[in-house]
Design a protein around this ligand. Structure first.
Ligand code: ADP
Ligand code: MG
Ligand code: MG
Length: 344
């Protein structure tokens, strides 16, 4: 009998192809967006992708928040450490994503949708700003049935650490919950990223369903503020928000919840359930002229942090690994990591 392949880290979310091109304020306005927005595409915005490709010399690179995170974690871990799940279409774009993951050593188990094309994230680049519009398409077709297939679920059971990107909460909460419940029942770490402001804002109930299972929650300062605003928590101080989020209800009582809030070049905050003090870890900021692209900084941070969790590091060491990888990633175009590989 074939033995079950096993990878310690599983990431779940939306596999997307990033279509990134230099735009301008007029283009952002034309597609009804605001600078630095992250939105799900409405029908009137679907022309953006061809516009970027045909008129803005757009580059096509592998994206999707937690897929970037999976690739980043694998960058820091021994071979065969990471696998990734999501839904793609039956097209060339899906092959591009498969190739990118293969090159970086991430094993993928995509559900392939027969009808919808692979999802796309249009990125309008203006200076250091990134305005993003996502057409989920096939990524929106992920189904619990795929996760529960015998050969997949065996691999889930063989994994040790689970990460769900918050964008998946618009897609298939039952799949996120299946991983969350399994992690809690077996006392394995379950990590959740808030992904973008619109998740705590418009998918508050879905987030509230999964959060009690989260042993670790990642957010940037804006996502943390939005979570506070939509949950009636005073939003004056980010450390206070971190503490409140850390101390919300938790299912697996064997692990206190850890909340990690990144704030760009400002210190990374860590609050642990039941602890009074919020730890601050300063960021060794790089010069502005060394920054190529801050897109995916948070994904890369989560990746380094996850690599630490898989290696059973201290929280401090996990934060340092996250900051190290984020710093490398912002010196690359798109959500990417440098080759030849740098070692931590
Ligand atoms: P997001 O991409 O989700 O908005 P942040 O902007 O908070 O995430 O960035 C995540 C992490 O990336 C930061 O905590 C920091 O470690 C790293 N980072 C961001 N900007 C810089 C910078 N200029 N120099 C070095 N590290 C940075
Ligand atoms: Mg940021
Ligand atoms: Mg982010």
């Amino acid at each position: 009998m074939a033995s079950t392949q096993s990878y310690p880290l599983l990431c779940l979310e939306n596999p997307l192809l990033d279509i990134s091109g230099k735009g301008d304020d007029a283009m952002i306005k034309q597609y009804g967006m605001k600078l630095d927005d992250t939105v799900l595409a409405e029908p009137h915005q679907l022309g953006l992708y061809d516009d970027l490709i045909n008129n803005r010399d757009a580059k096509l690179v592998a994206g999707g928040g937690a897929q970037n995170t999976a690739r980043g974690a694998q960058y820091m871990l021994p071979p065969n450490s990471t696998w990734y799940i999501g839904c793609v279409g039956k097209d060339q774009y899906a092959d591009t994503l498969r190739e990118a993951c293969k090159k970086e050593g991430v094993h993928v188990e995509y559900r392939v949708d027969e009808k919808a094309p692979t999802g796309r994230c249009g990125v309008i680049i203006t200076g250091h700003h990134r305005t993003m519009c996502t057409d989920l398409a096939a990524a929106n077709e992920y189904k619990l049935d795929h996760l529960k297939q015998e050969h997949i679920w065996k691999m889930v059971e063989a994994s040790k650490v689970y990460y769900v990107g918050g964008y998946h909460l618009t897609v298939c909460v039952p799949a996120a919950m299946a991983l969350a419940e399994h992690a809690a029942a077996t006392n394995k770490p379950f990590l959740l990223g808030l992904a973008a402001g619109f998740i705590p804002q418009f998918f508050k109930d879905q987030l509230a369903q999964v959060t009690p299972y989260a042993d670790y929650v990642f957010a940037n300062e804006n996502e943390a503020k939005t979570w506070a605003e939509t949950n009636g928590v005073s939003a004056d101080s980010i450390p206070e928000i971190a503490k409140k989020l850390a101390n919300t209800d938790k299912v697996n009582k064997k692990r206190p919840r850890t909340v990690i809030i990144t704030q760009g070049t400002e210190p990374t905050l860590v609050a642990v359930q039941g602890q009074d003090e919020v730890q601050e870890y300063p960021v060794l900021a790089i010069e502005d002229n060394q920054i190529v692209d801050t897109l995916g900084a948070g994904d890369a941070f989560a990746a380094g942090f996850l690599a630490g969790v898989v290696s059973e590091d201290s929280v401090e060491s996990c934060v340092k690994k996250g900051q190290w990888l984020a710093k490398l990633s912002i010196q690359e175009f798109g959500p990417a990591y440098p080759y030849p590989k740098k070692t931590y």
